[in-house]
Design a protein around this ligand. Structure first.
Ligand SMILES: Nc1ncnc2c1ncn2[C@@H]1O[C@H](COP(=O)(O)OP(=O)(O)OP(=O)(O)O)[C@@H](O)[C@H]1O
Ligand SMILES: [Mg+2]
Length: 240
């Protein structure tokens, strides 16, 4: 493929102390593409994200953004290059208001960016419940609203790649649907996404490409449509 990858991770080996968790993970995301990262519990999905973001730097392998190496760069450098995370567990500030949570890390789109800026008004259009609670403390929001806040905060950094780690976890079905429709809207706005979620059926509809991890290795990588047509792989690597 001729288009330069937005993100390329190649041969990542990542450890927690002596524990060798990622064993040569490769992952490519092109501009605007939506990639699903799948695998059973403990297979290395969050560690892959942490490796990309510089939170747990890989001991071997490389990470590039727009073809430029960022392996081992600190998280704030990678964030400035346009990668935002909606973490497992949401990570909002409970003792700050919704408005403060949204604005404290905000970063305008670069002047040369063709994309429309994600400023407060635009984010609130995507998440109307937050607009009604701008002065409410984060810890007084429902789980679904906290998830919206975490996503809104990430969008306010004007990312080119948004990473979502279990964004629908622990939410009621209707709230999950709302989160998925926002994920689709983010995709339609041209932002690339790396999505980790347990809902295979919806992942196959939303994602362009899927990667499955087992024990820290890539055991499947291909178009979502090909994975959708291969139930044997669902059973073998996802237990579904
Ligand atoms: N901070 C840590 N210290 C030591 N081991 C860890 C740490 N975090 C994760 N691990 C181990 O690394 C492996 C991969 O964990 P990781 O969190 O990346 O998996 P995951 O695919 O995101 O799982 P889940 O679906 O449960 O979120 C697991 O065996 C886990 O126990
Ligand atoms: Mg995880």
């Amino acid at each position: 493929m001729s288009q330069t990858a937005l993100l390329e991770a190649a041969g990542l080996h990542t450890y927690y102390g002596a524990s060798h968790v990622l064993r040569g993970v490769d992952l490519t995301i092109r501009p605007g593409e939506s990639v699903g990262l799948l695998g059973r519990n403990g297979m290395g999905k969050t560690t892959t994200i942490r490796s990309i973001l510089g939170l747990t730097p890989p001991r071997r392998g490389k990470v590039t953004l727009d073809g430029r190496p960022v392996t081992g760069a600190p998280p704030h450098t990678i964030a400035r290059r346009g990668v935002a995370l909606v973490p497992e567990g949401r990570g909002i500030f409970p003792n700050l208001t919704v408005r403060e949570n949204l604005t404290m890390g905000a970063r305008p789109a670069p002047p040369d960016s063709p994309a429309e800026d994600w400023a407060l008004d635009r984010v609130l259009t995507l998440f109307p419940p937050l607009g009604e609670r701008l002065d409410t403390w984060g810890n007084l929001l429902s789980g679904g609203q906290q998830q919206m806040l975490s996503m809104g905060r990430a969008l306010m950094t004007n990312p080119r790649l948004l990473i979502l780690d279990e964004a629908t976890e622990g939410l009621a079905p209707q709230v999950r649907n709302e989160i998925w429709s926002v994920v689709r809207a983010i995709k339609d706005a041209g932002i690339a996404t790396l999505i980790v979620d347990k809902d295979l059926k919806t992942m196959l509809r939303v994602c362009d490409h899927c990667v499955i991890l087992a024990k820290g290795q890539v055991v499947y990588a291909g178009p979502a449509s090909a994975l959708a047509a291969d139930p044997e792989i669902h059973v073998r690597f996802l237990g579904i």
